[in-house]
Design a protein around this ligand. Sequence first.
Ligand code: FMN
Length: 195
Amino acid sequence: MNDLTAPRILALAGSSRSGALSVRLRDAAAAALRSAGATVEVLDLRELDLPLYDGDLEVAGGVPDGARSFRDALLQCEGVLFVTPEYNGFPTPLSLNAWDWLSRLGAEGNKPSGLAATAGKPLALLSSSPGPMGGMRALGLVRQFLGGNFQMLVLPQQLALGRANEAFDDGGALKDERQRKTLEQMAGGLLRLAR
Ligand SMILES: Cc1cc2nc3c(=O)[nH]c(=O)nc-3n(C[C@H](O)[C@H](O)[C@H](O)COP(=O)(O)O)c2cc1C
């Protein structure tokens, strides 16, 4: 039985480069979640070591183990927080690739398929960019991607953090009080859904 007084939230970002703004926002959101009573597990999507999805690779070697690690991390949480950056109006390849591999994983033994592992799982979505729109276009597409095919329960509230390169103080917190409030509200909303 899971301890639903402290739901476990898996925190992800669609960039792994050093100094990534999406990682800074993920970490600020993770702090808000911890303050709201969550246990937060951070997963670096790059560490899953998944090649760019390619049907020939799948035929030759099956689905890579990174997809299993991702499925298991999803099974071990009651909710997910995901921050996507935006490239040319779209989510980054790293934001999409692990999910695409996950969708190719069938049920194995007592483990559900990748798509069964996401169905009904609460999700809070955010985006970040140094531009004024904060990655808003990518955010809408990720909502469609994960709320649609992956059947995740996407929280209605979201945050597109514009001018993200100027948004954080030295301690990693958002400088703007309204944005901090939004993170707090999203953390509370995600925990309610997760419980
Ligand atoms: C190929 C490429 C395309 C980009 N396209 C957009 C874009 O459409 N909208 C936007 O707001 N920023 C765009 N940017 C700028 C990114 O938002 C910026 O590099 C950001 O820091 C990337 O996220 P990260 O800091 O989490 O790695 C683009 C950057 C790259 C490298």
